[in-house]
Design a protein around this ligand. Structure first.
Ligand SMILES: O=C(O)CCC(=O)/C=C/C=C(\O)C(=O)O
Ligand SMILES: [Fe+2]
Length: 317
């Protein structure tokens, strides 16, 4: 086993925002660094921790963690649609191993994934079929949430499996830091939103376009300072990133979902993908070190945006 890790925020607004050329070029620089890191590492397998935004997972049956044996991109926000190249037999062994390790984890023989999973594959590798990938859903938008210590335990169970796998594996954690985009909440949902949250699979093109336009409009209003959206919290973001790079992952164990959302917005729970990925890395390799770290609060994307790359301490410089 040889392991490397990329964590990156994603944004459905990347192609649809009014962010300035300077901001987008700055972000492209960070994506370029992560892309070069991924190309240099040249994995033969990607293990991708990603959230979903009510495109593949719904309240009809909402797991906290789910390993995909097969997966398809739904194509939201112009992300690539179609089947991913999932090595089913390895995914099956991974799921069995995680269960034996004591973490109850769902499996899907027909997972549907959205921009949260697809965007890092596009940015790092140019598409969803460039490399074999095992997609792992982590619930980051639908309360109630697993305790953070459980997210850590899940990540470690994945890492324990990877430690004994004869492969070059790139772990990816996909999701934002502080952010509060207008994702409907079950407690405040209108009747129409409730239908979407329960099972809004495969919306019509018109319904998809209306849903997306609402988010695009909210981002424009937020950048003008006019939206009713919680502010980004760069202090919280930097503290979180510094805890991850310190390797002291148990410092996150007692963070509560309520405090996290109050500090950093409801979608900050996407950091759960970073927590799982770092715990997987630590379980598999022991000590790790950060090799690249980018952070910028970007209101036009409604995102505290981070990109990091990580290698085992004993890997060459
Ligand atoms: O379309 C909807 O109703 C949900 C909104 C949505 O998908 C927003 C996604 C935002 C992110 O992925 C993000 O900022 O991390
Ligand atoms: Fe997201």
């Amino acid at each position: 086993m040889t392991l490397a890790l990329v964590n990156m925020s994603h944004s459905p607004l990347l192609q649809f925002s009014e962010a300035s050329r300077e901001v987008l070029d700055d972000l492209d620089g960070a994506f370029g660094a992560a892309r070069r890191f991924a190309a240099d590492f040249d994995p033969d397998l990607i293990v991708l921790f990603a959230p979903d935004h009510y495109n593949g997972f719904f309240y009809e049956l909402m797991p906290q963690f789910c390993i995909g044996y097969e997966a398809t991109g739904v194509g939201d926000y112009d992300s690539e649609a179609g089947p991913l190249d999932v090595p089913t037999e390895i995914a099956q062994r991974l799921a069995a191993s995680v269960l034996v390790d004591g973490v109850d984890c769902a499996i899907s023989l027909k997972m549907e994934v959205d921009h949260g999973a697809v965007q890092p594959l596009e940015i790092l590798f140019g598409g969803i079929t460039a490399k074999p990938v095992i997609p792992i859903f982590v619930n980051c938008v639908a309360p109630p949430f697993a305790p953070m210590r459980r997210v850590g335990a899940f990540g470690r169970a994945v890492g324990n499996f990877l430690r004994d796998l004869d492969a070059r594996v790139l772990l990816i954690g996909s999701g934002g830091l502080s952010h509060d985009p207008p994702v409907p909440q079950i407690v405040t949902a209108t009747e129409e939103q409730r239908k979407l949250l329960l099972n809004g699979r495969h919306p019509t093109a018109a319904a998809r376009a209306a849903r997306q336009q609402r988010v695009i409009d909210a981002a424009k209003a937020f950048a003008r300072g006019e939206a009713n959206i919680r502010d980004l919290n760069p202090k919280w973001d930097r503290e979180f990133m510094s805890i991850l790079s310190s390797g002291q992952l148990d410092r996150l164990d007692d963070w509560t979902a309520e405090e996290m959302a109050a500090e950093a917005g409801k979608s900050c729970h996407e950091v759960r993908t970073w927590v799982a990925s770092h715990n997987a890395m630590k379980a598999a390799v022991g000590e790790y070190r950060s090799t690249f770290s980018y952070y910028r609060p970007i209101p036009e994307l409604i995102a505290g945006f981070g990109v990091t790359t990580v290698l085992p301490v004993d890997a060459g410089a």
